[in-house]
Design a protein around this ligand. Structure first.
Ligand code: HEC
Length: 613
């Protein structure tokens, strides 16, 4: 029975046309044609049909309109998507307002700033806060140190409508805060009070941080990408789009890593979720190749494009049900590139391959020339890692769509970090889902040392980001897929001199008692302000550790309800994905990550400040 359902699916991507009035639309039929193929199965990463019933219909609407599931509902109209969401959740959407209309008028500032944004480097800019992606803030700009951290208190919270997963890294400059959401909103707030300045509607969910860049003519733009593969430049003062381009013609293109700006160019990392589509036995897996796209930052015009995998995909035999397979594929770039303009170099890390044979460029660290995109060197740290999410399901019908090499899915998901040690020596650090931190020579790609920091796994190991100062790297560990509460997680400091461990904090215990969907894995990117490293956890806690000893100096449990400045009810939950932004005496963090029905959902952006002032 299951076998038949699996093999005869066909409606996918065809969509259904015609109906316009909500009452005439059969949500079940649409679900059966477009969603059941995957969601009738019990795969660990996705909610089953029964699991979807536990969801809020607004979240499902958002997931298929702008979020991770948008590729599977592109052919559906707004009304059809509403019907699918209502059927899948078993609940009515009521008078749900989507998009910017969901932010109440009372959320907007009564007295918005009168001077234009000027100093883009006055707070926390982009993903890593500098071209080297160190995720480090200095005390002067951060305004928080070991002596004052104990006085950090909740200042305000902002509730994001219709999401259960918080995705966008907050960015701060000149008293403004900018962040993106899974529902495709890009929101500008007054960083002090949390009132809204403007809201921009992107075509897809926004998982990247936002990069403020000053162009050679003095214009300041806000750059970001969305899960539909679009890249945008927006006026940070008004929220008006300056330009928008589609980064790649491949139907599975998505932008998950933050675009990097330098001088007159924008460097965009190219990623995809084709390893999900590739799990269908009748999908011709796979043809996407990761890459980097360099754009003219003023116009969005293409300057150069470089695929991570040099060889174009070609036909490579058929799977057990006769579907044509293609390779090489994959090596997506999930995270922000790291820029080294003095050496005309741009560094990226890559994910796994989707089909056999795995490409020599997957699970690798690469250096490209900033001016041309030419490859300078490639260091692969794991060969033969071809994987689709079908590999997670041992049933024979799923295994048809798992490449023979079957993983182990050990991507690089954290941006590489370029550090200059106190002795002047430069190192490029790369952290893999295997739990290993590598230090490479940025000029040659040679590995200088490598350290297994903690347990590896399919959501890390090292997942979304580590941080570094000139002495040590601060590396949080997830292992949340494979290990339970109290066993997953932990954070370590690694000496840049030789890769030895300076200190190691074991996973936190006891915090998941009485909490559903709780784990202690620390997947979220960490941030360092001299003397303190901030790390969020799936158990909802945001903690600050002393960089010298690992001692916990401050701890706030975000898994609670908040009264909000914008009047949208907010709940905190798991902290995952982006890390905290530390700026001007404040710490801003996302809380809530209901992805895969596995972690604690939530929709809060939370601001802390000294004494809550
Ligand atoms: C090719 C398989 C596939 C198809 C088709 C598919 N999904 Fe999914 N769905 C997934 C996977 C896998 C995930 C987990 C997402 C991830 O791993 O990033 C998921 C996640 C979701 C989620 C949770 C998203 C979140 O933010 O937590 C919802 C809701 C959802 N799907 C609804 C749908 C609906 C409705 C359809 C039909 C319009 C659909 N999906 C079609 C595979 C699929």
């Amino acid at each position: 029975m299951r076998m038949i359902a699996w093999l005869t699916c066909c409606g996918l991507f065809l969509g259904a046309a015609g109906a316009t009035a909500a009452d005439d639309i059969d949500g079940k039929a649409l679900f059966d044609a477009n969603c059941a193929y995957c969601h009738d199965r019990e795969l660990p990463r996705m909610p089953s049909r029964a699991g979807l019933k536990e969801k809020d219909p607004r979240d499902i609407y958002t997931a298929i309109s702008a979020g991770v599931m948008a590729p599977y509902a592109r052919a559906l109209s707004h009304e059809q998507r509403r019907a699918v969401a209502e059927y899948a959740a078993g609940k009515s959407l009521g008078d749900f307002a989507s998009g910017a209309a969901a932010i109440p008028a009372s959320a907007y500032c009564k007295t918005p700033p009168t001077t234009p944004l000027e100093n883009i480097d006055s707070g926390w800019n982009g993903w890593g806060n500098d071209l080297a992606n160190t995720r480090r803030q200095d005390v002067a700009r951060g305004g928080i140190d070991r002596a004052s951290v104990a006085r950090l208190k909740l200042k305000w919270a902002f509730g994001v409508p219709a999401v259960s997963t918080m995705s966008g890294h907050p960015v701060v400059a000149d008293g403004r805060l900018f962040f993106g959401t899974f529902s495709g909103l890009v929101v500008a707030l007054d960083a002090e009070s949390g009132c809204a300045l403007w809201v921009f509607e992107a075509d897809g969910g926004v998982r990247t941080a936002l990069t403020l860049g000053k162009l050679p003519d003095g214009t300041i733009s806000l750059f970001f990408g969305d899960l539909a593969g679009n890249v945008y430049a927006v006026d940070p003062n008004t929220g008006q789009a300056r330009w928008k381009i589609l980064a790649d013609e491949h139907p599975h293109i998505r932008i998950t890593g933050t675009p990097m700006h330098y001088a007159d160019r924008l460097y965009v990392p190219l990623s995809s979720l084709e390893e999900v589509a590739g799990a269908m036995p009748d999908y011709e897996c796979c043809t996407f190749r990761g890459g980097v796209l360099a754009l003219d930052a003023a116009t969005g015009a293409e300057v150069w494009r470089r695929h991570t995998i040099a060889e174009p995909p070609s036909a490579r035999g058929k799977n057990a049900v006769g579907t044509q397979l293609w390779a090489p594929s994959g090596a997506a770039v999930w995270t922000a590139p790291t820029l080294d303009p003095d050496n005309n170099a741009l560094y990226i890390v890559t994910g796994d391959s989707y089909s056999d044979p795995a490409a020599p460029e997957s699970d690798a660290v690469m250096a490209l020339a900033m001016d041309s995109g030419e490859v300078k060197w490639i260091t692969q740290t794991l060969a033969g890692d071809a994987y689709t999410i079908a590999c997670m399901d041992p049933s024979p019908e799923a295994q048809v769509a798992c490449p023979e090499s079957a993983g182990p899915d050990l991507d690089f998901g954290s941006s590489p970090v370029l550090v200059t040690r106190d002795d002047g020596r430069r190192l490029l650090l790369a952290g893999q889902k295997s739990g290993v931190l590598f230090a490479l020579d940025p000029d040659t790609g040679e590995i200088q040392w490598q350290t297994k920091v903690g347990a590896g796994g399919i959501v890390g190991g090292i997942e979304w980001g580590f941080a570094s100062d000139t002495e040590k790297a601060y590396v949080a560990i997830s292992a949340a897929w494979e290990l339970g509460p109290g066993a997953a997680g932990g954070i370590s400091a690694v000496n840049l001199a030789d890769g030895s461990l300076a200190w190691q904090v074991a996973p936190h215990e006891g915090t998941c008692e009485g909490r559903e969907r709780c784990n202690t894995g620390q997947l979220a990117a960490v941030s360092v302000v001299d003397g303190l490293v901030f790390s969020g956890s799936l158990d909802g806690h945001l903690r600050a550790y002393d960089t010298a000893t690992g001692t916990v100096m401050w701890d706030f449990d975000t898994a609670r309800t908040f009264s909000t400045v914008n009047g949208v009810p907010a709940r905190g939950g798991a902290i995952n994905g982006p890390g905290p932004a530390i700026a001007q005496g404040h710490v801003y963090v996302n809380s809530g990550y209901g992805m895969w029905n596995r972690w604690m959902p939530g929709n809060a952006l939370i601001a802390f400040s000294i004494d809550g002032q």
